[in-house]
Ligand binder design. Structure first.
Ligand code: NAD
Ligand code: UDP
Ligand code: UDP
Length: 322
């Protein structure tokens, strides 16, 4: 218990001013919990949590998880880490520090508090996968010294730390491997494919297809993802993960471009540019475990999710113009 006369849960969300973190916080507050949001605002924005100021159950702390943190909470969701290739490659050393030192500090905090902790891991731990679709037992195919390694290996090391704290200190852990997720509050300049294509289509600029556009991804809408994350946190203690959460419907990047052009009713052309180094050729989660253990499956189809994401970016551009 964090407070003598309060039966509500007090939950720490690191990276809470980011895309996924801010949606998670909205859901936790809707459920009646108290939330402490910790973020250094490296890629996140106060705009994502502006609507929460004044809510007595919400608290924001500007803090870098690479440094120790002493707060009193009942549960921890550890999301702090830049997620898009442009952002995590901007300062790769800091990216690894955030994943590794950040995990150590948050695990140390959870150990002192004897509380549950969930790690936002990633499909990138599978690298450029040789097993398709990806099952949790697959150990991955990751370049340890390339431009994506700061993120991929940082996240892999964080998973190692989670399982060692679990084995060595009996910590209650939940490791979630998140596959490409999209939706409102994605950063417009984060270089990810959904935000890039929608912004380009809205501005009438050519859509930049990297390589031939035959590489595949499976896109999960943010509301589905947050639902899976909360279900995992609330699952019984023996469910540690790692567990894949994502939408298994797979699209080529060219198909995604076509879908976005239709939704925006844009006449933008397609331009083909070189494929970045180590760009995974295919990605699709096997979500059998999430279905069986969490009774979770994604409900929102790309068609509907893209519509609300386009509306978000339209109002973002309107605000920027006024
Ligand atoms: P995001 O960049 O919008 O959010 C990350 C947040 O972490 C930002 O608010 C940022 O300011 C904060 N942050 C970064 N370094 C920090 C530090 N050292 N201390 C405190 N805060 C720090 O990204 P997102 O898409 O919301 O991703 C959230 C988490 O989910 C990340 O851990 C990411 O690796 C993971 N993930 C996301 C996706 C996806 O498709 N969005 C896929 C796989 C994994
Ligand atoms: N830590 C923290 N908050 C706490 C407890 C620990 O930030 O409430 C950090 C602290 O920096 C520590 C790290 O977590 O170095 C790991 O803690 P642990 O107890 O595992 O190891 P130790 O304290 O022995 O280094
Ligand atoms: N991509 C693209 N055009 C863009 C941005 C990305 O073709 O403007 C491709 C990228 O090469 C990758 C896929 O889209 O194959 C997904 O990229 P993103 O950065 O969104 O996610 P990740 O590579 O981390 O899965």
């Amino acid at each position: 218990m964090t407070q003598l006369y309060n039966s509500r849960k007090r939950i720490l969300v690191t990276g809470g001013a980011g895309f996924l973190g801010s949606h998670l916080i909205d859901r936790l507050l809707d459920e009646g919990d108290e939330v402490v949001c910790v973020d250094n605002l490296f890629t996140g924005s106060k705009r994502n949590i502006d609507h929460l100021h004044g809510n007595p159950r919400f608290e924001f702390l500007r803090h870098d998880v690479c440094f120790p943190l002493y707060v009193e909470v009942d549960e921890i969701y550890n999301l702090a880490c830049p997620a898009s290739p442009i952002h995590y490659q901007h300062d790769p050393v800091q990216t690894t520090k955030t994943s590794v030192h950040g995990a150590i500090n948050m695990l140390g905090l959870a150990k002192r508090l004897k509380c549950k902790i969930l790690q936002a891991s990633t499909s990138e731990v599978y690298g450029d996968p040789a097993v398709h679709p990806q099952i949790e037992e697959y150990w991955g195919h990751v370049n340890p010294i390339g431009p994506r390694s700061c993120y991929d290996e940082g996240k892999r090391c964080a998973e190692t730390l989670f399982f060692d704290y679990h084995r060595q200190h009996d910590l209650k852990i939940k490791v979630m491997r998140i596959f490409n997720t999209y939706g409102p509050r994605m950063h417009p300049n984060d270089g990810r494919v959904v935000s890039n294509f929608i912004m380009q289509a809205l501005k009438g600029e050519p859509l930049t297809i990297y390589g031939e556009g035959d590489q595949t991804r499976s896109f999960c809408y943010v509301d589905d993802l947050v639902d899976g994350m909360i279900r995992l946190m609330n699952s019984s203690d023996d469910i540690t993960g790692p567990i894949n959460i994502g939408n298994p419907v797979e699209f080529t990047i060219k198909e995604l471009a076509k879908e976005i052009l239709e939704k925006v009713k844009s006449k933008s052309s397609l331009v083909f540019v070189p494929l970045p180094l180590d760009d995974p050729k295919q990605r699709q989660p096997d979500i059998s475990k999430a279905k069986e253990l969490l009774n979770w499956h994604p409900k929102i189809q790309l068609n509907d999710g893209i519509k609300s994401t386009v509306s978000y970016f339209e109002s973002f551009l309107d605000r920027a113009a006024n």
